[in-house]
Design a protein around this ligand. Sequence first.
Ligand code: FPP
Length: 238
Amino acid sequence: MNKDVIFPNHVGIILDGNGRWAEEKGLNRSMGHKKGYENLRKLSLYILNQTKVKYLSVFIFSTDNFKRSKEEVDFLMNLFRISFKSDSKVFEKENIKVIFSGVKDPLPDDVWSSMEYITEKTKNNTGGVLNFCLNYGGQEEIVDATKKILNEVINGNILLEDINKFNFSKYLYNDLPPIDFLIRTSGEERISNFMIYQASYAEFYFPSTYFPDFDENSFDEAIKVYNNRDRRFGSIKK
Ligand code: FPP
């Protein structure tokens, strides 16, 4: 890619279309998630190691995804349980720090411990941050942050008037920079409760490709689109 390209510091991806990818091939929906993860592993290494993107947040399971069939939820939980343990070596070696945004309840204990395992194994890595949003909801994150702040105020640790839009993110699940570029694959055009605080000034991109087929070339195309955007942050063009 051309060296004058501007890369977003923080990219968010809503991985959509795994189910349709599988169904259109006459496969079980879960095969779409399996293929989606294989793609995600490869793509995240590309984005964080081969481009100048420093933070990548990916929506892998929302709090609302528990409404899906038991078979699909069990498959995904098993994929998490196995992959975070076995692939921790890959992320360790590639110098990527893995973190999670989301809550414990009602995740199975062994899924949670595999999340803790990979977090611990990669905590000193400096090559980029991969934030898995798992059992995550953006509204829930803001509500939980508000509760933390109230607790701090009640305990006399902070003053309510000292909370502002610059330090609020310290109380979110992770204190991350704003999302610059938000991609949702599969042609759907909604945010679905994904990082709504962090995406306040994000540029949005909705390619029609299903996530399992959204590869490195697709990402390069996305970066070209980003480079044609005019980010004004509420200001006007000089
Ligand atoms: C949305 O596609 C995708 C999900 C709800 C799950 C995404 C999870 C993965 C790719 C697995 C990640 C695994 C690890 C270990 C990090 P959809 O099922 O809603 O697709 P559809 O809209 O076509 O039905």
